[in-house]
Write a protein that binds this ligand. Sequence first.
Ligand code: SF4
Length: 456
Amino acid sequence: MKVARKLEILADAAKYDASCASSGAVKRDSSDSPGGRGIGSAGGAGICHSYAPDGRCISLLKVLLTNVCLYDCHYCINRRSSDVARARFSVEEVVQLTLDFYKRNYIEGLFLSSGIVRDADYTMEQVLRVAKTLREEHHFRGYIHLKTIPEASQELIEEAGKYADRISINIELPSEESVRELAPEKNLRRTQEAMGGIRNRIEEARAEQRDRQRVKEKGYREKADAFAAGAAFSRTRSKIYANGQSTQMIVGADDSTDATILERSDHLYRSYRLNRVYYSAFSPIPSPSQILPAVAPPLVREHRLYQADWLLRYYGFAVGELTPQEGKNHGHLDLDLDPKLSWALRHRDRFPVDVNRASREELLRVPGLGVRNTDRILKIRRWSRLRLDDLAKLRVDLKKGLPFLITADHNPARLGLDSERLRARFAPPPEQLEFDFSPSPEPTRKTFESAVTGEV
Ligand code: SF4
């Protein structure tokens, strides 16, 4: 099989993985153009965009080593019982493709994953060989994100961090029961052990980095010499060890509530110091398994989970506060409103909040006030009392915030914080239900900004 055909199959098979943080841009496929002569689409060749740890948007070759797999995870298009075209790259082919694309300036890095062939250790060795060859033989300094295989040995998984900038292990489903039902050959405990191993190695490498920095800064010559003499291996490792790990959870393939999903994420952030949990709305695949739902969950559910995720990590919210504990939506996020606004409407007794006096924790809970603006407000108010104009200049979302905040020239009493109709001011108007096969509305600029900055 020609490499171009393999690339077509294996790049397409990799597109379901969200854990490399593809940007949310609308896809334009130039191969649809008359005669296939369009230009500007890299999607067909498996090139996607991702954000590097320093915030740069980078292009990655996103591809599988193979889509042949011994496992039969029901939600996966590459499962062994799936009727799809199969292909397999050799290690040398992926290395060459990466180098060729890099030299032509198509990409700045590689995202590599794989189905499981022969056994988990063998597959992990192949994935590792790609990264090792790129780094050691070709001195490739681009970004590498490796998807590791939790069933492989811990040594191999940890070794991946020596060559990759980012490592991910997909947890896929939030509960043991769902994993047993939908991915019977996988094991949640094993996945978490692998994450724990990677976390320990990342922390060791960071501690060494800090030690070295301290030695350098304080100028302890003797200690530096001893360190350099006795720790040749550590020095190499800490310089190149991955700087983070991430995972992905599929939303809507099982009946887990949003509360269950967020509890799992919260546990992962706290216990394994993950950089990100990515949420991927389940999309029905060709020749699906009978036990999967026939329709995809609404995409807005994925968006609400991302917003709730930011609130957990940066705004001081707890999972139990974000998802209603009673009522018909028990355990689920409000799809009509962002989770912070929804929480504020359920806790009106905590408002209005005076932006000139409130604590940082209180300000972070005001709808429309993000982390950056909260910190700016705390600085500005040391010198002057804030007015509505000042908030407008900071580009605070006043449409959301006005009923919930007090400024020097604004008190929302007359806006009816207790009014039954307050929710209706924010919720989308009710619609007549009908069969609608038109595409979803285009996301707005605000949606993109919120997805990238996490300002809720
Ligand atoms: S192990 Fe990975 S590639 Fe194989 S079926 Fe499961 S999810 Fe798909």
